[in-house]
Design a protein around this ligand. Structure first.
Ligand code: 5GP
Length: 142
């Protein structure tokens, strides 16, 4: 079917990928364009586009798989650390519209930065603005 996401087709076996974990609700496979050896993508089987779209049982299973995989990936490639990230929405750099978590092995001196380097600048917020933002976040929790 034409409207199936790339990741659905990988899970179904219609597209080739190196699959490293399959659970009832999630799957994981190596990124085809790795940022480091072992760069792994963890996805829900169902094609929710964004984290906010996934029901609790799906997001729980997704992050349980991330917890299982992060040390396995790190140990498999003898990495020193791991960056775990999720580009949640196109403005955040999401290119594949099927929710996925990146597990990226990190090595001392690999030249990469922390997730803080994903942003170009930092806002200068007053104490009042911080409190207001915090209040609004709390009010939006469903
Ligand atoms: P995003 O920018 O959406 O967070 O990242 C999408 C990721 O999917 C990229 O790192 C890209 O390399 C990876 N990717 C895109 N197409 C394929 C594919 O067909 N197979 C695999 N294994 N990874 C893919």
């Amino acid at each position: 079917m034409a409207d199936r996401t790339i990741f659905e087709r990988i899970i179904d076996g219609a597209l080739p990928a190196t699959i490293v974990l399959e659970t009832e609700r999630a799957a994981a496979f190596l990124d085809a364009n790795p940022l480091a050896p072992g760069h792994t993508l963890v996805v829900p089987r169902e094609p929710y586009e964004r984290l906010r779209d996934a029901p609790a049982e799906v997001s729980s299973s997704l992050f349980e798989a991330v917890r299982t995989l992060a040390p396995a990936v790190e140990d498999a490639v003898d990495a020193d650390a791991t960056t775990i990230g999720l580009n949640d929405g196109t403005a955040a750099g999401q290119e594949v519209p099927h929710l996925h978590v990146h597990i990226i092995p990190r090595f001392e001196g690999d030249g990469g930065g922390s997730i803080h380097t994903a942003m170009g600048s930092r806002p200068d917020l007053s104490d009042e603005e911080m409190i207001d933002i915090g209040d609004r976040i709390a009010a939006h929790i469903e």
